[in-house]
Design a protein around this ligand. Structure first.
Ligand SMILES: Cc1cc2nc3c(=O)[nH]c(=O)nc-3n(C[C@H](O)[C@H](O)[C@H](O)COP(=O)(O)OP(=O)(O)OC[C@H]3O[C@@H](n4cnc5c(N)ncnc54)[C@H](O)[C@@H]3O)c2cc1C
Length: 399
């Protein structure tokens, strides 16, 4: 006889484990999370894990703002070692986007975020080693920082298990079963599990898993490249986190003397099962150019290492969250588009509220529903920045 669960969560990244934790915390008795490999073996384990609130759309900003205290007050709220490193954060844009940035800062302040818009001269006073010649404005968040991804996932796992959830690693879901318009469970190599609700939180694998059950997700897996350098002695003290919209990149300090930089990469439709971890040879040079453009003294930095990872990117670069209309009991928390770490605590809360109470209350996630694509809507905000060239989609293979 098949095992029975109330909710099966597919995927043990930061979002799947946060959802399992939130469901168990809301009293759902039989929560089973199934992870095909080790927890955090997908995007989450290699995430740069910036924890900031600056977004150009209000839903993401509210999810990040609702999540922020969980990272900051992790020891009190979640137990275990702290996961958050405070650094301060700036988001810089070129002059044509300065007005949009100021409007977005107003939107964020309206939500309650501690943030101000800076002129280039004010940014220079804050980070004297920065080149601000090509900067039109910067949004400053003094409280932001970054998290330790592995410790975050482990903390959610610990709390989920304490609250009664079962977390099974090395257990791939081979199929999501449905009958007459509703989900009835999943198949795994270790046997079937009957369940009235299934949450797909399978990161870059979600597209394939959903396709196999006849559901097309408007999302594609994309590679993400990261280079890590050792800062020169002149920059020994950690700098703030920069999201550099002028260059379409970001960088942050990492454990003392290292700096980690995101290198734009245009590798779409990768198979997450076969992706190696090596970087293309030009990535180190690109990373160095990005850093040196913003902080000239980084010219003396030395390459430490680099790695390739991936995430699922939706058509409008915002997550797909919520129920699937026409398939009762099927829920999606996926396609986080390179930005799903910092919002994971609120994603867990919202998905648990939706499944248990029928409505997400922590944040209204209606704009992130799958149906927006069929309705021709986007979750974008009204004041965007320059499009990132690495996020411009090539035609799908075979199209
Ligand atoms: C290099 C890099 C830097 C990033 N930087 C940031 C950042 O600074 N801030 C930020 O907010 N976000 C960032 N992101 C994005 C963020 O890390 C991801 O959006 C987030 O981790 C996605 O979490 P997830 O749980 O949805 O997916 P994943 O972590 O990919 O987890 C999905 C899991 O599902 C499992 N799985 C797949 N198929 C199955 C199956 N059939 N059965 C069972 N298990 C299955 C996989 O093994 C995997 O462990 C970054 C991502 C990368 C790669």
């Amino acid at each position: 006889m098949a095992e029975t669960a109330d909710v099966v969560v597919v995927g043990g990244g930061v979002n799947g484990i946060s959802i399992a934790c939130a469901l168990a915390s809301r009293g759902v008795k039989r929560v089973v999370l199934l992870e095909q490999g080790a927890l955090a073996s997908g995007a989450s384990g290699r995430s740069s894990a910036l924890v900031r609130m600056h977004y150009t759309n209000e839903t993401d900003a509210r999810l990040a703002w609702a999540s922020f205290p969980v990272f900051r007050d992790w020891v009190e709220l979640m137990g275990g070692p702290p996961v958050f490193t405070h650094t301060g954060f700036v988001n810089v844009v070129s002059p044509p986007y300065a007005d949009n940035l100021r409007r977005n800062v107003e939107m964020l302040r309206g939500i309650g975020v501690n943030t101000v818009a800076l002129t280039p001269a004010e940014l220079k006073a804050l980070q004297p080693f920065a080149n601000v010649d090509d900067v039109g404005a910067a949004a400053y968040e003094p409280d932001s920082g970054y998290a330790n991804p592995a410790e975050t996932v482990e903390g959610f796992r610990r709390r989920a298990v304490e609250r009664g959830a079962q977390v099974r690693q090395w257990t791939a879901v081979t199929a999501i079963r449905r009958r007459e318009g509703r989900v009835i469970g999943v198949d795994t190599a270790a046997g079937a599990i009957d369940a009235g609700a299934v949450v797909v939180a399978a990161g870059a694998w979600s597209v394939r898993l959903c396709r196999e059950m006849g559901l097309r997700l408007p999302a594609r897996p994309k590679a993400i490249d990261t280079v890590v350098v050792t800062r020169p002695p002149a920059l020994r003290d950690p700098h703030m986190i920069f999201i550099d919209n002028v260059q379409g990149s970001y960088f942050r300090p990492e454990s003392g003397i290292l700096t980690l930089v995101g290198v734009p990469c245009q590798e779409w439709d990768i198979d997450p099962d076969t992706l190696g971890t090596g970087l293309p040879p030009q990535s180190a040079t690109q990373g160095a150019q990005i850093l040196t453009q913003r902080i000239p003294a980084m010219e003396q930095a030395t390459l430490s290492r680099g790695y390739r990872a991936f995430d699922g990117y939706s058509e409008d670069r915002h997550a797909i969250l919520g129920r699937v209309e026409g398939v009762d009991g099927l829920y999606l928390a996926t396609a986080f588009s390179g930005s799903g770490f910092k919002i994971s605590p609120a994603v867990g809360a919202c998905m648990a509220e939706l499944i248990v109470d029928g409505e997400a209350k922590t944040v209204d996630i209606g704009r992130f529903a799958l149906r927006r694509f069929a309705e021709g809507k986007t979750a974008d905000g009204p004041y965007p920045y320059a499009p990132r060239w690495d996020q411009v989609e090539p035609p799908a293979q075979g199209a």
